[in-house]
Design a protein around this ligand. Structure first.
Ligand code: SF4
Length: 448
């Protein structure tokens, strides 16, 4: 997706391994989850006695260096990468959040978005602050037992959450009863345990995937191993289908389905649904690459690169005028003129949300001499706001909420535009029906 993409929903990681420096492992895990949130990052660590929290604005690699990690000793840690989905973008909203309550100190990292925080407390701040406040308030009722407090608080929450939580000695993971956001349990060969939003974060620390945390399940990891508590009956499953389209890394698995293969199948389905004569199929890098490969293979049209993405770009700055905004796009993408000049292009994009950068990218291809541009999108029009962790709450900014497909085609300057139909997309993810959230594409919200 081009850069006016939704900023992703956050990533969480946790590890308990008394034999290894947990903060270092957490750094690696967060590095692998960086695509889920680039605004702030943080690590909480315990040496068995006391919990330390270190967090800051910026990328994992710019915040933490060896020196800073060495100041976080201990074999138990959680970590978080964040993009603001609720709460202003500021340091005090960085996570993990932490609290003293009674005799314990706990820290919490949250991926998702709650829809009922105003009913739960008058406390302001991020969703995670609200949950920390509820836990702190519940602890005295449960003799300062964090597990029992969590088991009381979690069923009161509505919406999307995958949590990592810790006190001085225990690592806890929990997933909402619909399972909107992923959360995996992994095992290190030292015997330690790991929790992570996506499987590549387990791979990077050398942990084997054990299983996903089930919707409505809380797992406790301590000296006795892993214990599971079902804190709520599972609701109908609603794993975010957009994880497959765009959010998750292609080298991971979700619900037992390889993300790269699912994206490729979306491209195959799109070639069957919306064929067009052309000279070359090209992706908007990087997330559309598997889909473009699938489209090319199914259509028999040559696959090629028309755009190069700058690997080192961070967040695109807010440019003060049109000229500088165009320059900002050129910093992110540049056209390979030799590959596109005079050609009829099929340009594959995973999704169109706000479209400003995509429009500028289309112009780059025209300026480089593209003869025709046939835009093919691997998902249906994104027409509805997400309230479960993507920052698309302002519907007026969603191009498909305000324009018809023909208007979007003209707005983007494409010759033709086709979106993959919902059935085609869902079937590409898995032929087994049900179990996914598609609210941003259909307006059918699993949680009101
Ligand atoms: S509304 Fe869309 S982005 Fe949000 S959880 Fe559902 S499928 Fe995912």
């Amino acid at each position: 997706m081009a850069d006016d993409s939704p900023k992703e929903a956050c990533g969480v990681f946790g590890v308990r391994d008394p034999q290894q420096p947990a903060a270092h492992l957490t750094y690696l895990g967060l590095y692998a989850l960086q695509h889920r949130g680039q605004e702030s990052a943080g690590i909480a660590v315990s040496d068995g006695d006391k919990v330390l929290v270190d967090k800051d604005m910026g990328l994992v690699s710019t915040i933490f260096d060896t020196h800073r990690l060495q100041a976080l000793p201990g074999g138990l840690a959680i970590g978080h990468v964040r993009y603001a989905t609720t709460g202003a973008s500021a340091w005090h909203n960085a996570q993990p959040v932490s609290r003293h309550a009674g005799d314990i100190f706990f820290a919490l990292g949250h991926n998702g978005n709650l829809v009922n925080t105003t009913d739960l407390t008058t406390e302001s701040g991020s969703d995670s602050d609200v949950v920390a406040a509820l836990l702190a308030e519940a602890l005295p009722r449960h003799g300062d037992d964090l597990i029992e407090a969590a088991t009381e608080v979690l069923p009161r929450l509505r919406g999307a959450y995958s949590f990592v939580l810790m006190d001085e000695t225990r690592l806890i993971g929990a997933r909402d009863p619909h399972g909107f956001r992923p959360l995996f349990l992994g095992r290190l060969d030292t015997g330690g345990w790991v929790l992570a939003s996506e499987t590549p974060a387990l791979d990077v620390v050398g942990a084997a995937v054990v299983r996903e945390i089930e919707p409505g399940e809380l797992v406790v990891i301590d000296d006795d191993g892993v214990r599971s508590v079902q804190f709520s009956a599972p609701e109908p499953r609603a794993l975010c289908s957009f994880e497959f389209v765009y959010i998750a890394r292609p080298d991971g698995q979700l619900a037992g389905i390889g993300v790269h293969a699912a994206r490729r199948r979306m491209g195959v389905a799109l070639a069957a649904q919306a064929p067009v004569e052309a000279d070359m199929v090209m992706p908007i890098p990087d997330s559309s690459i598997p889909g473009a490969q699938g489209y090319a293979a199914a259509s028999g049209i040559e696959y090629g690169d028309g755009l190069i993405k700058n690997r080192y770009i961070g967040r695109t700055f807010i440019a003060p005028n049109q000229q500088l905004r165009e320059n900002a796009v050129r910093l992110k993408f540049n056209a390979i003129a030799d590959n596109v000049a005079g050609k009829r292009l099929i340009v594959v994009e995973d999704s169109i949300v706000r479209a400003t950068t995509l429009r500028a990218t289309m112009k780059l291809l025209r300026d480089a001499g593209a003869a025709e541009i046939h835009l093919r999108v691997l998902s249906p029009p994104y027409r509805w706001s997400c309230y479960y962790g993507l920052d698309t709450s302002d519907r007026s900014k969603l191009v498909a909420a305000t324009m018809t497909v023909d208007q979007i085609r003209d707005h983007l300057g494409a010759d033709t535009l086709a979106y993959l139909e919902l059935d085609g997309m869902m079937n590409a993810i898995t032929p087994t029906p049900g179990g996914f959230c598609t609210a941003c594409l259909t307006g059918r919200y699993p949680v009101p």
